[in-house]
Design a binder for this molecule. Sequence first.
Ligand code: FMN
Length: 352
Amino acid sequence: MTTCETFCRQLAITHPIIQAPMVGVSTPALAAAVSNAGGLGSIGIGASAPAAAREMIRATRALTDRPFNVNVFCHQGAVSRPEVERAWLAHLAPRFAEFGARPPATLAEIYPGFAQAPELLDVVLAEKPAVLSCHFGLPPKDTVEALRGAGIAVWACVTSVRELALARACGVDAVIAQGVEAGGHRGVFDPWREDDQLGTFALVRQLSRDAELPVIAAGGIMDGAGMRAAMDLGAAAVQLGTAFILCPESAANAAYRRNLQGPLASRTRITSNISGRPARGLPNRFYAELDAGAPTVPDYPIAYDAGKALGAAAAAAGCEDFAVQWAGQGAPLARDLPAAELVRRLVAEWRR
Ligand code: FMN
């Protein structure tokens, strides 16, 4: 049996296709459509309060009796530095003024890391999704043991061989190898450490040689040819985010969909200016204007509080130039198809 077949059989899924968790974009309807089509759908609860997280898991379960993945953020707790936050808000103030708005007086850590959110862990343990995937680091080892003991597989996103070693020592069941092509936040454990920015090919190959764990390839995979390439390099499965943004079941708004199908799609860039952590998206004024003379960006997700406030102020004035529109380098290949049809086409292209 191939690694891919073993992986699918263990998870009780038909196709080695994981729809990436995408907070703000993925929905219970999207996740359920992918799971019902034989892949593995995902929802993200990392930015949700426990009651909302429980509701989202139950809403997904109401739409599918197949396995799905629930995703959390394992960043270290943010350190509030009022002088850094004041300077950042002063840097943003002229942009707020342009939209007739004022920056918020202070910034908050808008959601805690998973290790600092015991009630979120309780929700996951009670609801028992098939998989819990972790972004930005690892939960404590005893949490991984508790989750696995409850029958929940634990996956960790890694971007380097060093992070693979940490994930393996923590006892996870599989790793998601996220290349620098990927849309959304880089899953790097430590955003202050120099990032090697490995591409998906180099990363998947290195990890699948060393991992002794299933490796799920993520970053720039948009069609069956990309799937085949990743599997040839040793991946057991693939995780696609950007490919699913245009699906009618996603929560992406009209401006996001328009930009994803326009000239910006071939110019994705990485910035920390929006949230405080590096993330790849369609370039707009967050990318073009905020670097010159910029003070230190506050910690993630404190900076995100400011980024979201600026986006909302601009949107209220009818301007989408400060929207959060994450996308990966494969964006020009995104297809506007219902999720089940996209899964069917991916499988047909992969098997061709
Ligand atoms: N990964 C997570 O683990 N949690 C998230 O909430 C999350 N949000 C994302 C939002 C968007 C819009 C996108 C495009 C990606 C997001 N990611 C998130 C990253 C994906 O898990 C995955 O690494 C990435 O989509 C793979 O690259 P691709 O977009 O080129 O397919």
